[in-house]
Design a protein around this ligand. Structure first.
Ligand code: EAX
Length: 360
């Protein structure tokens, strides 16, 4: 698989135009077009793919995401594999840019069966249902030092038991993909220490642990869905926000944020989810094709995420963005109180298991 080349081609499309699925919600691909067509037309046929899957497929699974970028590129890979493994019977129709709503709205829609699939960060999961309380643990600051540590936990028994908690909720949680290590951006000043953050209004994901973390750091957190970020930054409702470099680059957050502080505050996973009834009604062959394609999509998406994470800084520095590296120990120390905050429903047993696994 020439992933690098596909990534470069698709990313060019993402950067140049933004990925917008212009469909009217139709379940057939034939009557809709997407803005990636120009980008993907330059790839040879075996590598090209649109956001809306093959018109010949009889099963079109509608999947939503929030920003453009690594999520979408991974889903495009999954779409291609799903068509291949199902001999053209199944495909994905990909709707990025919050076209189907914010992450928490999409999770609700998937659980109710009004949307087929979503690739969502773990941010809104703790609020989804009481059955997913201990997902708060996964969003603790500085829980994982490296992406490899995270993969070990998320791809192993611990991750599987978390995914299994969705059973009966209307959602079948398939696996963990990658959002990435989250960095801080703002348009006011260089932030190097938690003290520099004092009083700043920071947009966080809709996650109580994230909010408590920014409070512990001395900032004023405001939770909101991804789709509201740009107007909030523009109107000054918030001074800054945080996201992985991959998103800051591909969604062009850097165009409105001059400063990026490399705090690596949270390793943010994302979860591929499908409506439980849809999945359960697949034949065994369809399940196998779906599972294999999802695994391939995950592997590709993580690779794309890592490539972007390592190249994004130079790209944005060339555009004049000011990067600040920090003394991580100082930041780690400043957020320790979050681990003991009883109101956050951190599962201490789960936390101990995660620590034991990453220490191996
Ligand atoms: O899941 O909201 C966010 O900041 C997330 O990183 C984004 O929606 C991707």
């Amino acid at each position: 698989m020439k992933l690098k080349r596909v990534t470069a081609i698709l990313l060019a499309g993402v950067m140049a135009m933004g990925l917008v699925a212009c469909g009217s919600g139709s379940d057939t691909a034939a009557d809709t077009t997407t803005s990636t067509s120009t980008a993907t037309d330059t790839a040879d046929d075996s590598e090209s793919s649109d956001l809306l899957g093959s018109a010949d497929a009889t099963i079109h699974l509608k999947v939503g995401t929030t920003p453009d970028g690594h999520y979408v590129l991974g889903l495009v890979e999954m779409q291609k594999k799903l068509e291949e493994y199902s001999n053209g019977e199944m495909t994905l129709d990909i709707y990025p840019n919050s076209a189907l709503g914010g992450e928490s709205d999409m999770m609700d829609a998937v659980s109710m069966g009004t949307q087929d699939m979503v690739l969502s960060s773990t941010g809104p999961i703790p609020d989804f249902s009481s059955a997913t309380d201990n997902w708060a643990t996964l969003d603790l600051p500085y829980l994982f030092e490296t992406a490899e540590d995270a993969y070990k936990v998320l791809d192993g028994e611990i991750g599987q038991s978390l995914l299994d908690e969705f059973q009966g909720s209307g959602i079948k949680a398939i696996g963990f993909w990658e959002n990435g290590f989250r960095e801080l951006t703002n348009n006011t000043k260089e932030v190097a220490t938690p003290a520099d953050l004092a009083g700043m209004k920071i947009r966080t994901m809709e996650n109580a642990v994230h909010m408590a973390t920014y409070t512990a750091l001395g900032a004023t957190p405001t939770a909101m869905a991804w789709g509201e970020i740009f107007s909030a930054l523009q109107q000054g409702t918030v001074d800054g926000q945080e996201n992985p470099l991959a998103i800051i680059l591909t969604a062009k957050v850097y165009e409105v944020q001059k400063y990026i502080t490399m705090i690596d505050l949270f390793y943010s996973p994302c979860v591929l989810m499908i409506n439980e009834d849809i999945y359960n009604n697949f034949t065994d062959e369809q399940k196998e094709a779906f599972d294999k394609a999802a695994e391939d999509g995950k592997v590709a998406e993580r690779q794309i995420s890592q490539e972007l994470a390592s190249s994004a800084r130079a790209t944005m520095e060339a555009e004049g963005v000011v990067f600040t590296d920090v003394n991580k120990d100082e930041w780690v120390a400043a957020v320790q109180s979050v681990y003991d905050d009883a109101s956050l429903k951190i599962d201490q047993d789960l936390l101990a298991k995660i620590k034991a696994e990453t220490a191996k």
